[in-house]
Design a protein. Structure first.
Length: 228
């Protein structure tokens, strides 16, 4: 589930919203949302086929709650956001009251950047270890190749992180990033000691985040100015 290779049938990218067939919509309308995800037919052996699924992200959250004995927001407050001084955030809730984890968290851009810096610094924030270095390195390492998908915005997938190598003027800039619908992105360039955050509302067209990176942000690292 961390690598989007559960093998469960899930129609999120290949089915438009609004028609009643998109599985995120069906998840939102289900009175037993976790059961809905786990009752999908198993189409592939787990670990063999990438298929993006917000549903399995919610199952991961239920696993965290079962293992920790805390709600996801309480767990985040105690062990993630709290130690980083992030207080102004809010998880959405399903109509059943369950916390939704596949998207739509309310959080400020500067706190998105803090999360990126936490991973840039291999799990350490303000001299305090928040995440284990082993977990961070595994999370952002390529676990699944996306070469056959021709996505454009990513080369590989880690544990809920996308990875991509950018090229500007012959210089390589490896990155890993968290991406949300509409242009909400946290992009980390570990070799450049850089975290970039975007927010937007491009819910119909692809957001221009990569274009802005290649034309303006990355050239500025080497003093080239904007490539107009």
């Amino acid at each position: 589930m961390l690598t989007m290779t559960s093998g469960l049938e899930w129609h999120e990218w290949d089915t438009p919203l609004g028609g009643g067939q998109n599985d995120v919509e069906r998840f939102n309308q289900s009175w037993e949302p976790t059961r809905f995800v786990l009752s999908r037919p198993l189409l592939h052996d787990p670990g063999t086929m990438f298929n993006y699924s917000g549903g399995t992200v919610n199952v991961l959250c239920r696993i965290v709650e079962a293992a920790s004995g805390r709600s996801v927001d309480r767990f985040a407050d105690d062990f993630l956001f709290g130690p980083m001084g992030v207080w102004n955030y809010n998880f959405p809730r399903h109509m059943t009251g369950e916390i939704i984890c596949h998207g739509d968290i309310y959080i400020r851009p500067r706190d998105m950047a803090k999360f990126g810096f936490l991973f840039l610094n291999r799990g350490v924030w303000g001299g305090i270890r928040v995440l284990s270095e082993e977990w961070v390195l595994k999370s952002v390492a390529p676990q699944v190749s996306l070469a056959d998908w021709h996505l454009g915005w990513a080369d590989d997938y880690g544990y809920l992180w996308w990875t991509k190598e950018y090229f500007v003027s012959g210089v390589s800039y490896p990155s890993f990033k968290a991406m949300g619908w509409g242009g909400q992105e946290i992009i980390v360039f570990p070799e450049s000691d850089l975290v970039v955050v975007f927010t937007g509302a491009n819910y119909v067209q692809n957001p221009p985040c990569d274009e802005l990176l290649v034309r303006f942000v990355l050239p500025a690292l080497v003093g080239e100015g904007a490539l107009r």
